[in-house]
Ligand binder design. Structure first.
Ligand code: SAM
Ligand code: SF4
Length: 343
């Protein structure tokens, strides 16, 4: 039986907020807790493989919680836990409970492939996890194996049902749409929202080194929407041409859930980017597509003061560029593989 976890939530004043050179205020931290995964998705794990971080170079939960506390003091109020696959790291519910209890943190979310979720959904809910994003790219067992190089569709589907039963609402279901790979399942995924309280989100395929991306595999937001609108009425729940929101969400008459699009490639979100990323080895990144600007691990381990660690965090955000490069250039950039960044 998992032990019960007590949650206390407190608010607190913010010292000087975390603002970059372009006036963007940073309020959202994504924490990758491991670069290991129980799947090997072709679009995420480089085809030539990659070197995992040594175990003793992975931040401990105590070190992660210290960074979260420092960030909360300077205005971070949302934390997303990701990986690799976060559920392969032991005791994750304890970390979630610790983040939930951090003064100033209002939302704690997680992204998972759901393969281990059936056994952990209840304890994560009890720990105070408020938002759950689940990645699923196909409903066909043979295709699941081809995309993720593992035969775990049944476990992933059981994980999604367990999450619904545990009361996560809404659940976001992320499908990376790849031309010629799974784009013929668009309408099957729309149907998942008919009787379930889930937001099905279609992600444009992003280029990373050795992940099979080329222009032909990118199915744009406009194209996905055109194909879906041949069959369904889409009612926008966002303001078209309004401030950039990462999800363009739509209702469909008679549906319990909704659908959405993440248009990272055809309409980027740089202008309003409020994100900073902490990787499992302590690296700190200000942009998904650029290598880390800082690594906090050494500082955290040699007893550096809170003020100095905060200085490193601010230096990372000050180095943030206004915009990332154009599509074709992204694939050539030196960067961590997606499996180490966590989305
Ligand atoms: N293992 C967890 C999972 O799969 O949900 C968390 C880590 S995974 C790297 C986070 C998210 O990044 C997933 O939704 C995944 O589909 C997405 N992702 C990975 N590579 C991508 C790519 N090349 N283009 C678009 N999304 C990608
Ligand atoms: Fe693992 Fe998630 Fe990457 Fe797939 S997308 S290899 S599940 S980290």
């Amino acid at each position: 039986m998992p032990t019960a976890i007590t949650i206390t939530r407190m608010t607190m004043p913010i010292r000087e907020p975390l603002v970059d050179r372009f006036g963007r205020v940073h309020t959202y931290l994504r924490v990758s807790v491991t670069d290991r995964c129980n799947l090997r998705c072709v679009y995420c794990m480089p085809s030539e493989g990659f070197e995992h971080v040594e175990r003793d170079e992975i931040l401990t939960y105590e070190e992660i919680l210290r960074v979260v506390r420092l960030m909360a003091e300077i205005g971070i109020h949302k934390v997303r836990v990701t990986g690799g696959e976060p559920l392969v790291r032991k005791g994750l519910a304890n970390l979630i409970a610790g983040i939930v209890a951090t003064p100033g943190i209002e939302t704690v979310a997680m992204t998972t492939n759901a393969v281990l979720l059936a056994e952990q959904a209840e304890s994560l809910k009890r720990a105070g996890l408020s938002h759950l994003n689940i990645s699923l790219d196909t409903l066909r067992a043979d295709r699941f194996e081809a995309i993720s190089r593992r035969a775990n569709l049944r476990e992933a589907l059981a994980g999604i049902e367990a999450a619904i039963r545990s009361g996560f609402d809404p659940i976001k279901l992320n499908m990376v749409v790849m031309g010629g790979v799974n784009d013929d399942e668009l309408l099957d995924f729309v149907e998942l929202a008919r009787h379930r309280p889930i937001q099905v989100r279609f992600l444009e395929f992003m280029p990373f080194k050795s992940n099979g991306w080329d222009q032909g595999t990118l199915v744009s937001y406009a194209e996905m929407r055109r194909r879906i609108e041949e069959q369904y009425d889409l009612i926008p729940l966002f303001i078209p041409d309004g401030p950039a929101d990462v999800t363009k969400e739509f209702a469909i008459p008679g549906f319990e859930g909704t659908i959405g699009f993440i248009t990272s490639m055809t309409e980027d979100f740089c202008k309003d980017c409020n994100r900073i990323r902490l990787l499992a080895d302590g690296s700190l990144k200000s942009c998904l597509f650029h290598p880390p600007e800082e690594n906090l691990r050494a500082a955290l381990r040699r007893g550096t003061s809170d003020d100095e660690v905060e200085g490193l965090i601010r230096r990372c955000v000050s180095a943030k560029l206004e915009k990332h490069e154009e599509l074709e250039e992204l694939i050539r950039l030196e960067n961590n593989p997606m499996i180490a960044i966590g989305g």
